[in-house]
Design a binder for this molecule. Structure first.
Ligand code: IYR
Length: 226
């Protein structure tokens, strides 16, 4: 393997498949077609999902780029039924308060087409909950050392996790109970980790309904400068 030294560190030659422009176009179109079929699904069945499959999804997410390659994340995968029940109960308590006063009328109106409320049965029914924690800092030799671009890094990793979940034929939703600190307590996470996102993961129920949404066209989400 070819290598070179930069700042005294070894860089290794990295090979990237050499597609023609037509092949790249074809692949980009096909990948768009696949990801355009992804929907947030709240009706998750209790059909079993193996630990091996969840491990692969997490390893895929953990390939995400991160500030100075610190990989400032921990993916907690919960299948333990008692723990899932505790998470559901704590989340529903917060969500009840959110839907009954903490959220603005405008916010509730914006959510009406989505059809969400404070009930979160998927937190118990889904075979797995993946709770993503961000590491604001690491402890190195007993000292706090800050990580870089933590929200960006963990957000990108979550995007890749959601993509991997869809690719495997599973479904998920991005659940953000607020406030989320009960997750640190229930999962006994160390002080440098903060909850970022909760993703229930599983196969969909036999029959699933999603809001009849349309995605913005290219012209609304982009501007080209040629
Ligand atoms: N966190 C709440 C409310 C909620 C907020 C937004 I913005 C959504 O797009 C969906 C739900 C919940 O999980 O129900």
């Amino acid at each position: 393997m070819k290598t070179k030294q930069i700042n005294g560190f070894t860089h290794v030659e990295h090979s990237i498949p050499n597609f023609t422009l037509e092949e790249s176009e074809e692949r980009a179109q096909e990948f768009y077609r696949q990801l355009d079929q992804r929907r947030t699904v709240r009706e998750i069945s209790d059909r079993p999902v193996s630990e091996k499959l969840i491990q692969n999804l997490i390893m895929t997410a953990s390939t995400a780029p991160s500030g100075a390659h610190k990989q400032p994340w921990t993916f907690c995968a919960v299948s333990n039924p008692e723990l899932k029940t505790q998470i559901r109960e704590a989340a529903e308590k917060e969500e009840y308060d959110s839907y009954h006063g903490r959220m603005t009328d405008r916010w509730l109106k914006d959510l009406a087409p989505i059809g969400t409320d404070w009930h979160k049965p998927f937190l118990e029914k889904a075979p797995w909950l993946i709770i993503v924690f961000k590491k604001a800092y690491d402890i190195i030799d007993g000292e706090k050392v800050n990580n870089y671009y933590v929200n960006e890094s963990v957000g990108i990793a979550c995007g890749m996790l959601i993509t991997a979940i869809h690719n495997a034929g599973l479904v998920t939703l991005t659940h953000t109970p607020s406030p989320m600190n009960f997750l640190s307590k229930l999962l006994e996470r160390p002080g440098n980790e903060r909850p970022f996102l909760l993703l229930p993961v599983g196969y969909p129920e036999q029959e699933v309904y999603v809001p009849d949404l349309e995605r913005k066209p290219l012209s609304e989400v982009s501007k080209f400068y040629k």
